[in-house]
Ligand binder design. Sequence first.
Ligand SMILES: [Zn+2]
Ligand SMILES: [Zn+2]
Length: 220
Amino acid sequence: MADAETLRLRIYRQLADEGRVDRLGILAADIGEDERTTAALLGELERNRHVVLDERGEIELAHPFATRDFGFSVKSDRTLWWGGCAWDSFAIPHLVPGASPSLIATTCPSCGTAHAWVVDSGNPPAGEQVAHFLVPMAHVWDDVVHTCENQRIFCSEACVDEWLERSTSPRGDVFDLATLWRLASHWYSGRLEPGYRRREPTAAAAYFRDAGLTGPFWGL
Ligand SMILES: [Zn+2]
Ligand SMILES: [Zn+2]
């Protein structure tokens, strides 16, 4: 009988290889279970924060991968992925074999300017843009879709300020692309392998500090 880890690996390996994941019926057939059992295993994966399901019960996020637009495309020479946010997108070239380098593209949430970088696992990309994360780490999982939708890259601090004013949101944390790249570099290490154990953002103080992040936003 298949367990949740078998299903998790089936999902993550397809997302890594193809940038997409099959619907429930095909997942069920592949792991040799009926749809009802497979839906229960998906629910277990969601409770353990390995996937986020949409209202139809299909996979919306399996960090760092998304199955719809969250503002970022990530393209290697063989696969096109939806990145779940700035953090997730910059993680894909580190996590997926063959994904370094990838072309990561987005638009500034404030002014709509298009931005793109070639991101590899060796060195951070050049660029004056800044990342803004809205939701503090202690609250990331309160509504993780909202969290990912608001981890974006802006032209500049001025664009962050204009966007915050328009959306009447409190400021989160702003940092440069090199810091984003370091944050993303090892966060998801091991996620494509059996027996992976998730990192909790609330328990990752040393990791964040090493990436160059500080302050209460990061639990520091
Ligand atoms: Zn802008
Ligand atoms: Zn994310």
